[in-house]
Design a protein around this ligand. Sequence first.
Ligand code: FEO
Length: 402
Amino acid sequence: MAKKISEHVQWVGKTDWELTRFHGDELSTAHGSSYNAYLLRCGGKTVLIDTVWRPYDKEFVSRLRETVDLRDIDFIVMNHNEIDHSGALPELMSEIPGTPIYCTAKGEAIIRGHYHPEGWDFRTVRTGDSIPLGESGESLTFIEAPMLHWPDTMFTYFSGDGGILFSNDAFGQHYATESLFEDRENLEGVIREALKYYANILASFSPQVRRKVAELTAMNLPLSLIAPSHGVIWREHIPEIIDFYRKWSDNYAENRVVIVYDTMWNSTRLMAEAIADGIREVAPSVIVTLHNAAKHDKNDILTEIFRSRALVMGCPTINNELSFAIDGLLGMVRGLKLKGKSCAAFGSYGWSGEGPALIQKRLQEAGFTPLAEPLRQLWVPSDPDLARTRAYGSEIAKALPA
Ligand code: FEO
């Protein structure tokens, strides 16, 4: 059902309460999501901004038809063409095949690569290109935002209704909502999901995010709404979410240390807990969290790593290698290209014991700075061993950069 979000704009997207996995199995979504599409009517022009994920294509077009005669849509704006936003385009275009589609040049290439269309009327745009909306005096202006988070991404700015930035994935969250606006939801929960979204999807492109936020700020656009393509629309906390993006994109770290481990017979777990004790003994203000990589959600762990000053990672040695969970997580950590973070590594072993050194090497390759030499534990830690491990935790805490 369409929902009015401003004088000239209706939300015409799809709320997906059931979604638990996104990007295949790469991303967990604890609060569902939404695929936000918007219908703008101004100055006699009717414009659709983005569509929805492919499984909902027929439902989307059918509901859109209840809101507008599809033939009245003057043009479509595709801010980004990953399938969660462009998936309903083929179904829609089968109804209105001659309708112009405005997108970046990369956007056109991606649409062609995904759907192999024939005869669609692409109009490629660049930053600063603008379309007047009839005689209203209002316009749509395009702002390219490459790698936020795909090469084709752009924002679209509507000058009417106090200024609306259709930002697509940027400022979004996987958060299903009936109310649509952040001030109608639990704000803390929304910010937590925005952070998880940033950490898992955008962190890798933080330099581009930092530059784009600075560019947007310098443009000094009037903004009554930031309307992303997932989750809530921002209206009461626009400066706050922009400020969060500024901070998150700039070597973000809270006063936290995260200990991530895997364990076969609990020896590495005992080490993890002793290290946590040792950190708290000398740095009680540091928040320490522990996560079993094989049991806890990988995307929540990545979020915790993103917001921490240091990652202390532990694993037993298995066939001269690491466990599946730690090995996989290390690959994901490397992909985030985090800057300014510290690390340490530990683990128990029975004979060869390469695990901790392998972790440290992988984390250094991922850009982390080691705080101490890796700590190895032969078999099960005794009380003196645990005392040594606590001391290791204290050594890590003392070595944390100011
Ligand atoms: Fe929500 Fe990059 O698609």
